[in-house]
Design a protein around this ligand. Structure first.
Ligand code: C2E
Ligand code: CA
Ligand code: CA
Ligand code: CA
Length: 275
């Protein structure tokens, strides 16, 4: 038995070493990718449920690595967070998205995801203001999406930063709503401009009476707080019909449009060339 335990331990140690090695390699590639400009943004449409009108686009980061191919955000964003690469990367995303949207023919919103580390930089609001000035995007057109975890870490400071962001005229959405430990507490502590209902509710809304009841309750909550609710991950016409019946404000998902490079999106032809 002793030999077996020894072998098992050795096996796990080898696997740990392998994981550490892979993480190191990915981290190294990530910094190279930043230096070599291997990132692009895709845009996914957001629409008003009642009218079908385009309300905005969410910018989603894409890494096209010459060695690794397309690396999904879920595989590199957490790593970028832990090694600090999310700071230059997040800066790049903000600047690129604002510059892009400033040239669009419509004054729709551009939604950008913000990581907790970005928000915790003492000079974040100053950087944001500089990017808005530099790109000429009207602050009212920018929406920052943050998850609950962003304000859990250093609550008071995070809330103060969010207030400063709103003071610029930029709006703030709570992302993945309904999946955290204390969504209601989060909602109570800050006047968000939009609630983004997590995609997991859409996958269950037609089959689970519980999920449907929670969706209804969140929509009612949004109405009474006067905060619009956007449903994420809408994939079927039935889901969209249900949302319309329940009075959901906005929707986003493959049914309405996949994330795409801007050139593939009709209606976003540039009026002016990017700087
Ligand atoms: P998220 O902010 O919740 O973004 C929505 C994700 O759902 C995107 O995945 C999008 O492609 C996907 N999605 C949209 N509609 C549907 C649908 O109908 N069905 C399904 N199954 N999926 C749908 P993506 O692009 O892989 O991004 C994953 C996550 O990575 C994002 O989740 C966000 O947390 C993070 N992320 C992406 N870009 C950025 C960024 O620029 N900065 C930061 N900090 N995080 C980012
Ligand atoms: Ca998001
Ligand atoms: Ca989300
Ligand atoms: Ca998410």
């Amino acid at each position: 038995a002793k030999a077996t335990i020894g072998q098992t331990t050795a096996y796990y140690e080898a696997r740990m070493d392998e994981q550490v090695r892979q993480r190191r390699a990915l981290t190294k590639d990530l910094w190279t990718a930043i230096a070599q400009d291997q990132f692009r943004l895709h845009y996914q449409v957001q629409k008003a449920v009642a009218t079908g009108e385009v309300t905005g686009y969410e910018a989603l980061l894409r890494w096209q690595s010459p060695e690794r191919g397309n690396v999904p955000p879920a595989d590199f964003i957490p790593l970028a967070e832990s090694c600090g690469a999310i700071l230059p990367l997040g800066d790049w995303v903000l600047r690129a998205a604002c510059r892009e949207a400033a040239g669009w023919p419509s004054a729709c919103k551009i939604a950008v995801n913000l990581s907790p580390l970005q928000l915790s930089q003492p000079d974040f609001v100053a950087r944001l203001a500089a990017i808005l000035t530099e790109t000429g995007l009207s602050p009212q057109r920018l929406e920052l999406e943050i998850t609950e975890s962003t304000i859990i870490a250093d609550r008071e400071r995070a809330l103060a930063t969010l207030r400063d962001i709103k003071a610029l005229g930029v709006t703030v959405a709570i992302d993945d709503f309904g999946t955290g430990y204390s969504s209601l507490e989060t909602l109570r502590s800050f006047p968000f401009d939009k609630i983004k209902l997590d995609r997991s509710f859409m996958t269950e809304v037609e089959t689970s009476p519980q999920a449907k009841a929670i969706v209804r309750a969140i929509l009612a909550l949004g109405r009474s707080l006067d905060v619009p609710v956007l449903a994420e991950g809408v994939e079927t016409a039935d889901q969209l019909d249900l949302l319309a019946r329940e009075g959901c404000d906005e929707a986003q998902g493959y049914l309405l449009g996949r994330p795409q490079p801007v050139g593939a999106i009709a209606g976003l032809k540039r009026m002016v060339a990017p700087a």
